[in-house]
Design a protein around this ligand. Structure first.
Ligand code: NAD
Ligand code: UDP
Length: 386
């Protein structure tokens, strides 16, 4: 991840940027936290662990410059001290998760986005919204440019997510235009890589999990629907490039390498050496038929383009799933709860007071018992998204 984009991160003061990442315990958010810590500066992750996990934060939690605040962004966002940049990623993201948590998804996109924007406004900070290609719905324009308004079913099963993100974009632009908040919108296309959750139903972890356990590959419909898959380090570099600019966007962030789901199934089967058979299951309602980003704008204005090929990215992701399934899980050390810090390390500037009405907990590694502190850094090459 250490490249020119990380060197362009200094959107903070002289003592390093202080960045808030909502949804930082999730798949993309945890890699973003790691990249920001690697760049120097302090990171405050706000997450209610609805779909994220502490496991994703093993590396980050071992840094003294990292704090996790367990808060629901839809209720209130409480961060003490100065903030230089707010990345708002908190939201369920997979179809299974957002359909299971429909109201929470709508609240994260609406109230949650407003709370995150107001945090940025109070601090005169840069704000970056993680929006989505779902803004385009089942698109009738290919590839999708940012000027395309989309084709969205407002009451279908995907609407809780699509409309939440459309509202999130609208309110972000309103705070920019009416309140002068320095905002940027990223429309993220399907991103994959290590730390994806196997039970969230998304296609890459589903196919890899099925191949590694020699279960049938469940291709939805005829498998001719397409997606354009972007490796997570490329997406994170795009988010950082947007944060380091003063561009409003929206910008498509994705890899234009478009593939049908049937081709993807065969590709993952070959890369894993699996003998899984391919079976066809019903296509979910409103499943977009084609999805492919036009990334000209991000190239011109952010000097960003994806660099990881699908062969390389899929290979790294498969390696990670193999190692994760194969190794006995190293337990996380006991976690300090409300208030003080059990190992005597100073509390971060972002810690919330115990009297806060919101349920806000600062969690930090104690570094005791099961594992030595040094092993909290994941030494495992397969974990590394570079
Ligand atoms: P994820 O589910 O792994 O991460 C989301 C994180 O947000 C989780 O840690 C979850 O616990 C947290 N969260 C959810 N609701 C919250 C709330 N109310 N308060 C605090 N925390 C909350 O998903 P991801 O794939 O990492 O996606 C991250 C962001 O990127 C999401 O906003 C998603 O919409 C966007 N995005 C992702 C993709 C993708 O392909 N992964 C594509 C487009 C957009
Ligand atoms: N899909 C599939 N088999 C699965 C899981 C998903 O064929 O086991 C299909 C799904 O129907 C969709 C595509 O893969 O056409 C991408 O699905 P995912 O849930 O990963 O993302 P999204 O639909 O939100 O782009």
């Amino acid at each position: 991840m250490a490249d020119d984009v990380l060197r362009r991160v200094p959107f903070g003061g002289s003592d390093g940027p202080r960045t808030v990442v909502t949804g930082g315990a999730g798949f993309i958010g945890s890699w973003l936290c790691d990249a920001l810590l690697e760049a120097g500066g302090e990171v405050i992750c706000i997450d209610n662990l609805l779909t994220g996990s502490l496991e994703n934060l093993r590396t980050a939690l071992s840094s003294p410059n990292f704090r996790l605040l367990e808060q629901d962004v839809s209720d209130r966002v409480v961060v003490r001290g100065r903030v230089d940049c707010v990345f708002h990623l908190a939201s369920p993201a997979s179809p299974i998760h957002y359909q299971r948590h429909g109201i929470a998804t709508l609240r994260a996109g609406s109230a949650g986005t407003i709370n995150a924007l107001e945090l940025a406004q109070r601090n005169d900070a840069r704000f970056v919204l993680a929006s989505t290609s779902e803004i385009y719905g089942d698109p009738s324009q290919h590839p999708q440019t940012e000027s395309y308004w989309g084709h969205v079913n407002p009451i279908g099963p995907r609407s809780v997510y699509d409309e939440a993100k459309r509202f999130a974009e609208a309110v972000t632009m309103a705070y920019r235009n009416a309140e002068g908040v320095d905002t940027g919108i990223a429309r993220i296309f399907n991103t994959y890589g290590p730390r994806m959750s196997t039970d969230d139903g998304r296609v890459i972890p589903a196919f890899i999990g099925q191949c590694l356990s020699n279960q049938p590959l469940t291709v939805a419909g005829d498998g001719e629907q397409t997606r354009s898959l972007c490796y997570v380090s490329d997406t994170v570099r795009g988010l950082l490039a947007l944060a380091a600019s003063s561009e409003a966007g929206p910008f498509n962030l994705g890899n234009p390498d478009e593939v049908t789901m049937l081709e993807l199934a065969w590709r993952i089967r070959a890369l894993t050496g699996s003998e899984s058979e391919i079976v066809h299951v019903p296509l979910p309602q409103d499943d977009p038929r084609r999805r492919c980003p036009d990334i000209t704008l991000a190239g011109d204005r952010l000097r960003w383009a994806p660099t990881v090929s699908s062969e390389d990215g899929l290979g790294r992701t498969i390696d990670w799933f193999r190692r994760r399934d194969g190794r006995a899980r190293r337990p996380l050390s006991a976690l300090g709860a409300q208030g003080g810090h059990p190992n005597g390390r100073p509390r971060g500037r972002g810690a919330t007071g115990s009297g806060d009405r919101v349920r806000a907990r600062e969690l930090a590694l104690t570094g005791t018992t099961e594992a030595p502190a040094s092993s909290m850094r994941i030494p495992d090459q397969a974990e590394d998204p570079r």
